[in-house]
Design a protein around this ligand. Structure first.
Ligand code: ADP
Ligand code: MG
Length: 246
């Protein structure tokens, strides 16, 4: 009997994970620079639960792509579908809500609000994510513990924290709503190698527990072993490729 015959269904290959991100014929230029597209991506997919390491030289469009995936920027042409929702079909307000509910982002500069306490920075993200207040402080404290941050920091102003601490807070803020997708843009560039390794360990551990799909941009190719896929932006992007040396 053939091993994958209907009589023996247990040997069938499992279904591949469903796609959580689908890009089709995406084109993007910044306003005033319509003649030179930063991104021209015919097709790109990411499956649920995948950990993708995105690399490419400085200026090649990595942050632009992350901002498009997060709905902060909007494509000039083509579509970006996240969790079955075409971002281009949403108003700016609905895109903001969609992002807050489904996507956690750690920006290169962390973007904490400096005059607010750490807890208020995290509360704000939870509020926009519509997850309510129940258990928020407890979840924040659990994330702090997992990230190796002193819980006493929670009442401090963001401006009083070191770069390493701010970065972990930015991760806690991105994860407070247990987002389906976690986007992280060059998070280790300001860290020494010991802090970087600890940071990666906790980030990957928490992200795995939450089951996030992870898109991680970095120059640090020593980190690629933590990822399922390593994608060079030039492989998927037809725009501007010849300008850069990879
Ligand atoms: P990377 O993250 O790979 O370093 P970016 O996405 O930041 O690259 O930038 C891609 C290109 O878009 C660069 O040529 C950059 O100068 C340009 N660019 C980035 N942000 C803006 C902006 N806000 N307005 C106009 N051009 C921009
Ligand atoms: Mg960038």
């Amino acid at each position: 009997m053939h091993s994958d015959s209907p009589e023996n269904p247990t040997t069938l290959a499992p279904d591949p994970a469903p796609l959580i991100i689908k890009i089709k014929d995406l084109r993007f230029s910044y306003p005033g620079k319509m003649q030179s597209a930063v991104l021209d991506i015919p097709e790109w997919h990411i499956a649920r639960g995948e950990r993708v390491f995105l690399k490419g030289p400085s200026g090649s469009g990595k942050s632009t792509l992350l901002n498009l995936l997060a709905g902060i920027l909007v494509a000039n042409k083509g579509s970006i579908e996240i969790l079955g929702q075409n971002l281009g079909a949403l108003s700016a307000r609905k895109r903001d809500r969609f992002r807050a509910a489904h996507i956690g982002i750690v920006f290169q500069q962390f973007n904490l609000i400096h005059y607010l306490s750490i807890l208020d920075n995290i509360r704000l993200a939870a509020h926009f994510g519509n997850k309510g207040k129940t258990g928020l402080e407890l979840t924040a404290k659990q994330l702090f513990e997992a990230l190796g941050l002193d819980k006493a920091l929670i009442t401090k102003k963001a401006s009083n924290l070191s770069v390493g601490q701010q970065q972990r807070v930015a991760i806690a803020r991105a994860l407070i709503n247990a987002p389906e997708i976690l986007i992280v843009d060059e998070p280790t560039s300001a860290l020494d190698s010991d802090t970087r390794d600890t940071f990666m360990k906790v980030l990957l551990q928490i992200s795995q527990t939450q089951g996030n799909t992870l898109i991680f941009v970095s120059h640090d190719t020593a980190l690629t072993s933590h990822f399922h896929h390593v994608v060079n932006l030039a492989e998927i992007n037809l725009a501007g490729g010849s300008k850069y040396v990879c």
